[in-house]
Design a protein around this ligand. Structure first.
Ligand code: ADP
Ligand code: ADP
Length: 237
């Protein structure tokens, strides 16, 4: 369970990006975060992984209050959060397999992956993940030889290799065509359910979100203006 309680953020510039945002994401549920540009979606994601320091409020993941952590405790907690990005953030000159394995190390110690030998268990797990996302035949290809949809599948496998307790997904389909976008959203929903993970997907494509997420949270000017099943959106609009 992820719990966000009265989360507020005002940047040093005076821009208020979040105003007392409160909601929970149970395990196995994928929440779509929607709202116009500037609504505060990226800020919310960044307050959860603490790339941005919240001004007030709490974020709790399981028994851990993320908003209280600093230094090493924060670095360890971040490794429990699987991140999936719009532009995939793969290392282009590494293979698909190496990119997936890098998830085992976390992003901080990432560069060690060139020299470090991985235990057989990690390798087997990485093959299983590649099989799950449909890329088993591409394990030894360089990341830059893949299509956008395939890269995003690598991004998903890498996040899962971390054995995360939460998935944070930032505009996963913004660089993909409509058909590939649907496939990626379907895969995300499936892995979230299979692994019983809470997930937040920041997504500006509302029709796509409605079709694939379990629940929608809407932000506008930093305020939460919607929190309901996707089907309830018509009545609210
Ligand atoms: P969204 O992801 O929904 O487009 P953002 O979280 O990026 O929204 O932005 C919310 C508000 O916070 C906007 O007014 C934006 O200008 C402001 N903002 C975002 N990042 C920063 C920053 N680093 N410094 C100052 N203001 C920021
Ligand atoms: P997004 O597509 O996620 O909404 P933006 O174009 O709003 O991204 O922001 C791009 C980058 O600029 C982000 O890192 C964001 O934090 C930063 N940013 C956004 N608004 C502001 C602002 N008003 N002042 C400073 N930085 C900002």
């Amino acid at each position: 369970m992820l719990e966000i309680t009265q989360l507020c953020k005002t940047y040093a510039t005076g821009d208020t990006a979040l105003r007392e945002v409160t909601f929970r994401v149970p395990r196995g549920q994928m929440v779509g975060l929607i709202g116009p540009s500037g609504a505060g979606k990226s800020t919310l994601i960044r307050c959860i992984n603490r790339l941005v320091e919240p001004s007030a409020g709490r974020v709790r993941l399981g028994d851990t209050e993320l908003t209280r952590l600093h230094g090493r405790g924060l670095r360890q907690a971040r490794r429990r959060i699987g991140m999936i990005f719009q532009e995939y953030a793969l290392v282009e000159r590494l293979t698909v397999m190496e990119n997936v394995l890098s998830g085992r190390l976390g992003y901080v110690s990432f560069w060690r992956s060139f020299t470090r030998r991985f235990p057989g268990r990690d390798i087997e797990n990485a093959y299983r993940l590649l099989d799950r996302v449909g890329l088993l035949d591409h394990a030894d290809k360089r990341a830059d030889a893949l299509s956008g949809g395939q890269r995003q599948r690598v991004g998903i496998a890498r996040a899962l290799a971390q054995e995360p307790e939460l998935l944070l997904v930032d505009e996963p389909t913004a660089s993909l065509d409509p058909r590939t976008s649907r496939q990626i959203m379907r895969l995300l929903r499936e892995v979230c359910a299979e692994r019983d993970l809470p997930a937040i997907v920041n997504i500006h494509d509302v029709p796509l979100a409605r079709r694939f997420v379990d629940r929608l949270v809407g932000l506008r000017a930093g305020r939460q203006v919607f929190d309901n099943a996707p089907d309830a959106l018509d009545e609210a609009a």
